[in-house]
Design a protein around this ligand. Structure first.
Ligand code: NAP
Length: 403
């Protein structure tokens, strides 16, 4: 019996040591921040256990300590069960993320990586691009998948526990060719998720501007289309579904929101129809999407099944947006409103001077960015999930601040 217990403990020690070493290597492959969070708890237990064991065995080597040996071995076995199940949980979940080389998906990938808890498969059409290579070097399984191709989507979702999906209306293959393609793509991906037994499907949605406006704003397809996909997903019978509602990207300034330098040195930020007191929900999409999604996943599907989750830090007035730019750059910024279609045509290039775009701002003005839905408008949900979510002022200071 003595000898048996002695061998058992020796084996346990050896296993502890091997597992701890393998685990440390895996952590550094899978995460930019190795061993962060609860993830290190089992490592810590194993390491302490190994140390304790060495000392105990050293002391008791030639003594008759049968009872304490039995107790020690039971203790070791219980810890091993906790350790083993914790490790199995840690490395068993596969999360597939679409748009992994883009703003939303890229942020989700980074935050999931930082937990060190999951296997991540990032989808892209161009696995040889620099962005895809960078993901690969961080430990992401980069997977070639065109979201318009059902066979490729099927391969991509094989074995996934969770899929986090964003579709890109502005991709030339959609906005430039067939504006209904985003809805077709979204529904097809959802069908495949169901067929492949995905347990939790996330979709990056937006409000149904057509139905909520009673048909008045029926051409904001990049909003309404996503909501059509959401409604389809809700009826499919996938065990768990959650919808992220992204706010207005802080990154839009200088892009879809033009700025113009006047002769007197002031800078105008031009918005169609919106005025200084109008508010929009702002988000630094690159840094703050992922932490919200990662926290939802950590809290589990029981809490979040069926929920719409805003991904926005705050409602900022346009006036405060201009003030943030002034403060960060030292140059006076002012809001300029293009009040009617003629003024919009004068201020914006043809790619933005269209009904999709103009109706979107009319919708913001009349219904608010997120419409009247109280669930999506409750930005405290985002703040609770991600307490360090960035205000617009902080974003501007970081990105435009004087050196
Ligand atoms: N701008 C805003 O304020 C705002 C607010 C809310 C929602 N949105 C929505 O955000 C969506 C865009 O998301 P984002 O900003 O994260 O995109 P992004 O940064 O422009 O990147 C686009 C991503 O989508 C991927 N992609 C596009 N078409 C694909 C296809 N057919 N198959 C596979 N991957 C494809 C690209 O991957 P590869 O090129 O590597 O294949 C890339 O990763 C749009 O639908 C837009 O309506 C925007």
């Amino acid at each position: 019996m003595q000898e048996f217990l002695h061998h058992l403990r020796t084996i346990q020690f050896a296993l502890s040591f091997v597992c701890f070493s393998v685990d440390t290597v895996l952590s550094s492959i899978h995460s930019e921040v190795p061993g962060m969070g609860w993830f290190i708890l089992p490592d810590f237990i194993t390491l302490s256990l190994s140390g304790y064991y060495i000392i105990t065995v050293g002391k008791q080597w030639n003594k008759n300590t049968a009872n304490s040996d039995v107790a020690l071995n039971i203790f070791l076995i219980i810890l091993w069960i906790i350790y083993g199940s914790s490790k199995a949980y840690t490395f068993s979940k596969l999360i597939v993320v679409s748009g992994a080389t883009g703003a939303q998906g890229g942020s989700v990938v980074n935050s999931l990586l930082a937990t060190g808890h999951y296997k991540i498969r990032g989808l892209t059409r161009k696995p040889d691009s620099d962005k895809a290579k960078a993901l690969k070097s961080k430990g992401v399984e980069v997977f070639k998948c065109d979201l318009s191709n059902k066979d490729e989507v099927k391969e991509a979702l094989k074995g996934a526990d969770i899929a986090w999906i964003v579709t890109n209306f502005w991709d030339p293959s959609i906005v430039g060719q067939d504006v209904n393609e985003e809805v077709r793509q979204g529904k097809m991906i959802a069908d495949v998720a169901k067929e492949e037994g995905v347990n939790w499907l996330f979709y990056s949605s937006l409000p149904n501007t057509t139905t909520e406006s009673g048909g008045k704003y029926s051409e904001i397809l990049h909003f309404a289309g996503k909501n059509n996909v959401e409604q389809y997903i809700r009826k499919l019978g996938i065990p768990n579904v959650t919808f992220n509602y992204l706010g207005f990207y802080s990154q839009n300034f200088g892009g879809s929101v033009p700025t113009k330098q006047k002769e007197n040195g002031e800078i105008e930020i031009v918005f169609p129809y919106l005025e200084e007191d109008d508010k929009i929900p702002m988000i630094d999409v690159e840094s703050d999407t992922g932490p919200i999604v990662a926290k939802i996943i950590e809290e589990g599907p029981e809490k979040w099944n069926g929920k719409k989750v805003p991904v926005a830090a705050e409602y900022a007035t346009l006036k405060s947006i201009a003030e943030s730019f002034t403060k960060a750059t030292g140059k006076t910024h002012k809001i300029k409103t293009a009040h009617n279609d003629e003024e919009v045509a004068k201020e914006f290039p043809p790619s933005f001077n269209n009904e999709e775009f103009k109706q979107m701002y009319k919708w913001f003005k009349e219904f608010g960015y997120y419409g009247k839905d109280t669930e999506v408008n409750d930005l405290s949900v985002a703040k609770k999930l991600h307490p360090n979510i960035k205000t617009f002022e902080k974003y501007v200071l970081e990105h435009y601040g004087k050196a």
